[in-house]
Write a protein that binds this ligand. Structure first.
Ligand SMILES: CC(C)=CCC/C(C)=C/CC/C(C)=C/COP(=O)(O)OP(=O)(O)O
Length: 353
């Protein structure tokens, strides 16, 4: 391939940047504050992940078909396999909703994403492919495992951790592969490899804790472990039933606590990350601090994760965090984390700037 000389088609790359804005709050913010070439590499790498994630989350595709489509996608991404991305596009065609939302537009445009990917620097492609393949393998495995239940039903903490690894730990590895190209010392690279998965787990577990209602009602997935729900006397199928509100909320609490156990490793990652090839501290500090804020909100009203109300930090706080992250230094991360764990950040900002 002659990617090095030409680089991605400008219109396709611009489309990828626009697409990421519609599908992930985390990566919309992140890609915006990365510099080139990292911004485009993370953008395209994440879109490759997002195609698989949308197919996996699709409640309307029967598990057998879901798993077939995921495996076709895997073959199309694998450079050692002849399968063309066009075969995936054909396989998924019958499952595309009549009206394409942002997520399904990304699935339908998988050939554009793959073509853009193939024009990235070869070393970036090599960094991105293995974690994407691992993610797709894991997702296909989970779909097969829970085929008879029609949606995912996580059994216990180990299975929750395994799921979060495939959904987000692999993304942490993708980012780390990109960041550790070139001359990053071996010790530093090792530290990043030791904490990357945990960063992904933190973000995914925050999503699992706060999105219980939407995950169940829109995607027929229950990530709160059956074992933890049973200990509170709740059947997994009745996780969002009003009569179980208090008991399920205790499991939301427990899941949020589990997420908190990964905060130190995520912070260590931020403190270690090289700021080269267009990487910025700001890009990954924003999702980290927003996770801290979301965990604070979950701590005060876990029951909102079980209703349409949902749990999230306010827009004012998002803006305040983004603004603080734009000139954050590694040495102020610990203090910012402590502040946000206690109080919505926009209420403290006067003293912060
Ligand atoms: C080493 C390192 C930096 C690791 C972190 C890896 C990482 C960013 C993983 C993705 C986690 C995630 C939950 C994405 C989607 O969230 P979302 O809230 O954007 O998705 P949504 O908007 O679709 O809900």
């Amino acid at each position: 391939m002659s990617g090095r000389e030409h680089g991605p088609d400008a219109a396709d790359l611009a489309w990828c940047h626009e697409a990421v804005q519609g599908v992930s709050r985390t990566f919309a913010l992140t890609v915006d504050v990365l510099e080139e070439p990292m911004a485009s590499q993370i953008c395209v790498g994440y879109l490759l992940c997002r195609v698989a994630d949308t197919v996996e989350d699709a409640g309307h595709i029967p598990p057998d078909a879901q798993s077939d489509v995921l495996r076709t996608y895997r073959r199309a991404i694998d450079p050692d396999d002849e399968t063309d991305i066009g075969e995936f596009r054909e396989a998924v065609d019958e499952w595309l909703p009549a009206e394409l939302d942002d997520d399904w537009t990304v699935v339908a445009e998988a050939p554009t994403i793959a073509a853009t990917f193939e024009e990235l620097d070869p070393d970036a492609q090599e960094a991105i492919v293995p974690p994407v393949l691992e993610m797709v393998d894991g997702m296909a495995m989970f779909v097969d495992r829970h085929a008879t239940e029609g949606g995912l039903r996580i059994d216990d903490r180990d299975e929750l951790e395994q799921y979060c690894y495939y959904a987000a730990g692999t993304v942490g590895n993708l980012i780390t592969n990109l960041l550790t190209r070139g001359d990053v010392g071996e010790e530093r690279a090792e530290r990043l490899r030791e904490t990357a998965e945990e960063f992904g787990l933190l973000l995914q577990l925050v999503n699992v804790s706060k999105d219980v209602y939407d995950d169940y009602t829109e995607e027929n997935n229950v990530y709160l472990p059956a074992e933890w729900l049973e200990a509170e006397g709740v059947d997994q199928e009745r996780v969002v039933h009003p009569e179980n509100r208090e008991s399920s909320a205790r499991v939301v609490d427990r899941t949020a606590d589990y997420a908190r156990s990964f905060l130190d490793d995520a912070q260590a990652y931020l403190e270690t990350m090289p700021l080269s090839n267009g990487n910025t501290l700001e890009a990954w500090t924003v999702p980290y601090l927003l996770a801290v804020g979301t965990l604070r909100e979950l701590g005060t009203r876990p029951e909102d994760a079980l209703t349409e109300t949902g749990v999230k930090v306010s827009r004012q706080e998002v803006f305040a965090v983004m603004s603080a992250a734009s000139d954050v230094g590694r040495d102020s991360l610990a203090e910012l984390r402590q502040t946000i764990a206690r109080t919505p950040f926009h209420r403290t900002v006067g003293s912060a700037d």
